[in-house]
Structure formats: C-alpha cells, structure tokens
Design a protein around this ligand. Structure first.
Ligand code: PLP
Length: 389
C-alpha cells in the first residue's frame, strides 16, 4: 500500500525521544530532557513583536514560493555582514526550516546511481535525505580526538566516479565538533578535483566558542558548487517558527523553488516577516546565549570526565557533547549506546539520544540546552545508573 520510497527512511530518532519525554511528563514523571536540539531560551522580544505586527497588519497571505524579496534581501545583507559572503537575493531560497532547504536541495540534485559523502557521526536526517532520492549515502570515518574531522585516507578511498556531493556540518550535530581551516581546505580540494557539490550545513554558525566561525564558501571563491545552508532556528531560538535558507547556485535555487512551490507553496508569511527583524535587528541576544552555552559546555564536559569510564572531548561548537561510553558496553547486557540510553530513561527519567541514530554505537548525545541545575541533576543520575551496572 505504502510507496517503496518511504521504506528507505526511518523516523527521526531525536523527535522520537522528544515525544517519549512528553509522554513521561504527561504521566506525572519529573523528566530531565537532554535530548533536545533547540535552545531553552525564549525567542527574543523584538522578533515576537515583529510577528505580532505582521498578524495585525495583514502580512497573512501567501508569499512568493522562495520567500519574500524583503527577507531574501535581509538574508543577503546578513550573509555579507556576518559571513563575508556576497549573494544577490535571486540566489537565495527561504524554506520551512534549514531542514526543508536541505531536503529540497537533495531532491533537486541527487538521483539513482549518485553517491553522497556523509561524515560519521552524522546528523540523523542526512542519510535519509539522500536515500529517499534513490542516491546512496557513503559514510566516511572521522577522528573523535580532533573535533571529528575527516579521516582523509578513508575519504579519498570512498570518492568514486559516482560521487556527486559531500555534506559538511561544522559545528556539528551530534558531536559539537568544529573543523580546522586545514581540514576544510583539504575537503574542498578533494571536492574541486572531483567536481563535487559541497553542502555546508551551517545552522550552528553563531555557536562557536574558541574561534569565530568561517563560512565554508569563503575558503574557495572559485567554486560555484558550494551551497550554504543556514537557519533562524538555533541562532534566534526560533525552532518552531520554521525559517531556514540556502544561498548558492541560481539554477539549484530555481529547481528548489519549483519543488517548494508544488509542495509547501511558501514558508509561513508571519515567520518570514519576523525573520527580517531577527536577521537585521538587535543581535545582542546571540552573544548572550553563546556566553551561557559556553559556560554550560565547560561545566558538562568537566563533570562527565569526572565519571569513571566516560571520555568526553571538548567540542568547540553547537550545544551538544558526545561522550564515549565504550567502557560500559559489554556486548552482553549492554550491547551498545542504545541500551545505556534506555537505562538512563527507564531508571532515572533522563532523556538522551543514543549515538546509534547518528551512526555511532559507543556514544550518547547530551544536549546542554538546559539549565545548569538540570545538567547537574542529570549527571548525578547518570552516574548512579553507571555505578550500579
Ligand atoms: N542541520 C542540523 C545539523 C541540525 O541539527 C538541524 C536541527 O536540529 C537542522 C539542520 C535543521 O534545523 P531547522 O530545520 O530547524 O532549521
């Protein structure tokens, strides 16, 4: 009954954990949810006010499929201001979240017999975005001790005549890893030599803690095959508003617009209006959020490393840590990260996401988009479970 293409994808593991947390909460259990992929701050006041203005002033109709010209011009300004990237609004498409832009770009570019390079651990949706087009995800190993940068011998081995694209996500979900300039340049060189598209998912671009973020397309101004994906979701605590965008080759933008016009018509008009305020209005909230996240990162990394058997490298971006629990995986009672993550959930109501969802059996993703008090309680509870194993 159901079309074959749906069997090529799996439900989002992170959204499943969010649903499980809601279930436990509704049955009266005091849950600590470290599975969330969104800031725990409210959307800043000026952005909410802009949305109210839009509602009251008739900004409530369909917009052009790829987004309003005003918003696309605001994005062009933002890309120039923050990322040193120069795009005209015609080379920008706004979608219902960065996820939707990524999905549409995969649909526009990939098909059967294509191969797409994805680095492991990967964001849950990348393999599914590729598989549903009929193309094949090809997984490349990374180095956990070096911000999960690519293992280049593996990358070179995996590039074939069928390779069509490489997906980069730095800062990364789930690892928080931020790649060095050298690694990025090396990947771009390989992409250039093999005439590959480069997808740069930069939705955590404002969340780097040791060095300012550098957009991938600024490393190589010769290539017109780099597509830059960004989002209002994490930067402005706007996950539910669903505004993300892509800047890049105009033919790809047009193909994506055609698809978008026939699927969602356009992104939400009110959210688009508010996104203009987000991108061009007061930016101080970003810095405030970043400072808080950095303190929490330092706290959680140090606490996790104090637990016997856990190894947690310090990620340089995003709001996730991805500690290694292999010490506790005995392949008998605990076969992998999934079993451990379920123990934390069932015994102590601490919700995490097992690394299995991201292609890693030894790690668990913990989000520190939670208060220090909650983080402290969660660490204590996790430690209690581990001590009793
Ligand atoms: N890319 C990565 C790596 C993410 O972690 C997420 C959200 O979790 C997205 C893209 C999509 O975000 P949104 O669709 O809310 O812009």
């Amino acid at each position: 009954m159901i079309a074959e293409r749906i069997s090529r994808i799996s439900p989002s593991a992170t959204l499943q954990m969010t649903a499980r947390a809601a279930e436990l909460r509704s049955s009266g259990i005091d849950v600590i949810n470290l599975s969330v992929g969104e800031p725990d701050f409210p959307t800043p006041r000026n952005i909410r006010d802009a949305a109210t203005f839009a509602i009251e002033n008739g900004v409530t109709k369909y917009t052009p499929g790829p987004g309003t010209i005003e918003l696309r011009k605001a994005i062009a300004k933002k890309l120039s201001r923050d990322n040193n990237l120069n795009y005209k609004h015609q080379s920008i498409i706004v979608s219902c979240g960065g996820k939707h832009s990524l999905y549409n770009a995969c649909q526009a570019l990939f098909q059967k017999n294509d191969e797409v390079i994805i680095f492991t651990p990967y964001w849950v949706s990348f393999p599914d975005f590729v598989s549903i087009t009929g193309a094949k995800p090809i997984f490349v190993k990374t180095n956990p001790d070096k911000q999960f940068e690519p293992q280049f011998n593996d990358l070179i081995k995996k590039v074939s005549k069928n390779t069509k694209a490489i997906i980069i996500n730095s800062p990364s979900n789930p690892t928080g890893g931020v790649w060095s300039d050298e690694s990025i340049k090396q990947v771009l060189e390989i992409a250039n030599d093999n005439d590959l598209w480069v997808f740069s998912d930069e939705c955590y671009e404002q969340l780097t803690y040791e060095k300012p973020f550098k957009s991938i397309a600024t490393y190589d101004n010769k290539s017109n095959k780099i597509l830059t994906f960004q989002s209002c979701s994490k930067t402005y605590a706007m996950t539910g508003w669903r505004i993300g965008y892509m800047a890049g080759d105009i033919n790809v933008v047009q193909a994506m617009s055609k698809l978008q016009g026939q699927s969602t018509s356009c992104p939400n008009s009110i959210a688009q209006y508010a996104a203009i305020e987000a991108l061009t209005g007061d930016q101080t909230q970003i810095k405030n959020m970043r400072n808080i996240f950095k303190l929490r990162r330092d706290y959680i990394v140090s606490e996790l490393n104090n637990i016997n058997g856990i190894k947690c490298n310090k990620p340089m971006g995003a709001f996730y840590v991805f500690p290694d629990f292999s010490h506790y995986i005995d392949n008998v009672n605990i076969k992998g990260a999934y079993d451990l993550s379920m123990l934390f959930l069932e015994k102590k109501a601490v919700i995490t996401v097992a690394g299995n969802a991201f292609g890693s059996n030894n790690n668990i993703r913990l989000s520190y988009a939670a208060s220090e008090n909650e983080l402290s309680k969660a660490i204590k509870l996790i430690n209690e479970v581990l001590k009793n194993l």
